[in-house]
Design a binder for this molecule. Structure first.
Ligand SMILES: [Zn+2]
Length: 106
């Protein structure tokens, strides 16, 4: 698997915040949605998956689909969701990647 470098992930996160995106949590609390800024009315679904001790956000936007195919790309939506996780205490940025904290659901 290709890992997104820390620099790219951080850049995506900053872009997400600067563009004023908001993350919505679905009622079942398993999936997040972010409204697209370039395609009106479109929402992307982001699922946070655990791989070992670390966290990865899987997004269904075009960049996220590339990432699933193994192309190295940083999806800003996933970065924004994990940033929210850091605020809520279930994710932590550590050694260049996101890790699950003790507060994270299995
Ligand atoms: Zn995305």
């Amino acid at each position: 698997m290709t890992m997104v470098t820390a620099g790219r992930a951080l850049a995506a996160e900053i872009r997400f915040v600067e563009e004023g995106h908001r993350v919505f949590l679905d009622s079942d609390r398993h999936c997040f949605t972010v409204v697209s800024d370039s395609r009106p009315g479109v929402r992307y679904e982001i699922v946070v998956v655990r791989q070992g001790g670390w966290l990865r956000a899987v997004c269904d936007c075009p960049a996220g689909r590339h990432a699933k195919a193994g192309v190295q790309t940083a999806c800003k939506h996933g970065a924004g969701v994990l940033r929210r996780g850091a605020r809520e205490g279930w994710a932590r940025w550590e050694d260049g990647r996101w890790v699950a904290t003790g507060a994270a659901a299995a």
